[in-house]
Design a protein around this ligand. Structure first.
Ligand SMILES: Nc1ncnc2c1ncn2[C@@H]1O[C@H](COP(=O)(O)OP(=O)(O)OP(=O)(O)O)[C@@H](O)[C@H]1O
Length: 247
């Protein structure tokens, strides 16, 4: 079953065509990597898919519904979680408060967020569960700014998971990580897809980093899909090799 589709998505900023007619279909439980060099249009694509910006043209379908033009909060309630290239965690809040804020926002409590935080027992339990799931349970009461960088990436994933998404879009979850941390995040992503039934779409610059993890890889180049396929197909593709791999 296809859970997320894009058809001919387009977005230009002034004269710059960031996304020039992208179509893709992501299947339930799949790990999809979207790779491409700087400026290929990965983040813009993710912004379009998750409702952070409006497309100039094209459509987005989530779980069978046409959600084109839906706002990010509405898409979150419909089952789409998103992390960002630059963390959107509040560094002055604790790790738990960050996830709790996201849980409360989904539940529609955003406007009275800080009035009776202590009273939200069920939501706190849910936030703690999410932290345990991503391996940050021990950091719950620590200020987010004290987290090691690799764990900040885990917190970003926890915030995206707080909306209980079916589809999780992760913008460069491996960026800036040491090899051991990358392995840890890739293990987490595999667990989310294989054991928790999430569909995961992640962006990355480097095909090697996602070869063993992604079920399929979409290669973006200059705002368009250069090719899509399994890791083996993408690596064997002459156009991809010419554009990104050198040889
Ligand atoms: N808000 C914006 N205003 C103007 N141009 C933009 C804006 N956002 C993106 N662009 C341009 O659109 C193109 C695609 O950018 P985008 O950030 O989507 O690529 P990317 O593949 O995510 O790159 P990176 O890997 O560096 O994050 C680039 O030329 C970028 O400069």
């Amino acid at each position: 079953m296809t859970v997320l589709s894009a058809r001919d998505l387009r977005k230009a900023f002034g004269g710059v065509v960031a996304v020039g007619g992208v179509s893709l279909d992501v299947e339930d439980g799949e790990i999809r990597a979207v790779i491409g060099p700087n400026g290929a249009g990965k983040s813009t694509c993710f912004d379009l898919l998750s409702g952070w910006i409006l497309p100039d043209g094209g459509t987005v379908t989530l779980l069978g519904r046409d959600v084109t033009g839906w706002t990010a909060p509405r898409l979150a309630r419909a089952g789409l979680g998103r992390s960002f290239q630059r963390s959107n965690a509040f560094l002055g809040l604790t790790v738990l408060e960050n996830v709790l804020a996201a849980v409360l926002a989904r539940a529609g409590h955003a406007r009275r967020l800080w009035r009776h935080v202590a009273g939200y027992a069920a939501e706190r339990r849910r936030a703690l569960e999410v932290l345990e799931a991503v391996g940050l349970g021990a950091w719950a009461d620590a200020p987010a700014r004290t987290l090691p960088y690799g764990d900040q990436k885990r917190l970003d994933i926890a915030i995206a998971l707080a909306v209980e998404p079916r589809v999780l879009i992760l913008d460069e979850p491996l960026a800036g990580l040491a090899p051991a941390e990358r392995t840890g995040i890739l293990d987490l992503i595999r667990w989310l897809a294989r054991d928790q039934g999430k569909t995961v779409i992640l962006s990355e610059h480097d095909v090697d980093a996602v070869l063993a993890t992604a079920d399929r890889i979409t290669v973006l180049h200059q705002g368009q899909v250069l090719t899509e396929g399994t890791a083996a197909e993408v690596v064997a593709n002459a156009a991809v090799r010419a554009a990104f791999l050198g040889n």
